[in-house]
Design a protein around this ligand. Sequence first.
Ligand code: SAM
Length: 308
Amino acid sequence: MDQAIRSIEAAGRRLWPRNSQERAVERFYEPGVERYANYHGGMLNFGLWTGDVRDYPTASRNLVRRVARSIDLAPESRLLDVGCGMGAQDVLLARELGCNSIDGVDVTWKHVVTARKRAQEARLESRLRFHHGTAVDLSFADGSFTHIICIEGAEHFDTRRRFLAEAFRVLAPGGRIALTDFSMKRVPVTAFERLLAELGRRGWHVPRENVDTADGFRASIEHAGFRNVRIEEAGSDVIPGYYVRCMRSADSGSPARACGLMRSCSTCTAGAFSNTSSCRRKSRKPAVAITPARAFFSIASRGRTVSA
Ligand SMILES: C[S@@+](CC[C@H](N)C(=O)[O-])C[C@H]1O[C@@H](n2cnc3c(N)ncnc32)[C@H](O)[C@@H]1O
């Protein structure tokens, strides 16, 4: 193994305590990373299926670009990406927007290693740094960043509220944060709805406190101290497109089959988590179709100097 790869695989691994949420999430994502690291271009989001978007790579990049635009990312931004996954979105931001300084944090060690290799292959390692860590205890000084993004990770954090407090702390006054996240349309009413929501929550490793509605979500962001909070519902442009695409790859018998099935299940989970009442079973398909789930963009700023 060459020296550079050896140091990528050695630096900064943390061992999460037994029974911690961090350990459970890491074990959830770790299996098969070597096989899926480049599937979907290395992205793990559901994509944003607007306009004439027809394929997953376009949809996933569309989502990342939309998030970046919402907080005016620029070359001089000091960006923190929390729950950065395998770093593909950060390579995109560095290449397309010229972001010169991005720190990514992820709880899954294999994702961090993959992200570091990706940065190295793209010759961007001087601008992109990836850390093994947890969103709820960030190892950065107060006011270190001008911008934070968190794409489809916050539902896992123990808890989302603790993360938002940390995000507020490490963001400089006037800085901005953008999240894409999932919430429920309403509180489940029937026993069946409650059961589905609970199964989804557990299967997708979502702490009970993170199961919330959009109003609760807004309250959490404001409680952390953020102002100018804007929440946009994007559910109908997220889950249905992803679901259709996954079903195609699951049907194709390609190497993507297993991954397609897995992602379809996760689509169910996110959807059930979003709105249990909209589940319906499709006759010949191996998963439950959910339309539409609620996914959100939330944009907020720290302090009053920037309006979102
Ligand atoms: C659905 S993936 C999204 C990854 C990436 N943002 C993307 O869109 O490709 C969620 C990510 O959040 C990470 N994650 C979950 N809990 C975390 C925590 N407490 N701290 C940091 N990362 C966490 C997971 O390891 C996983 O990489």
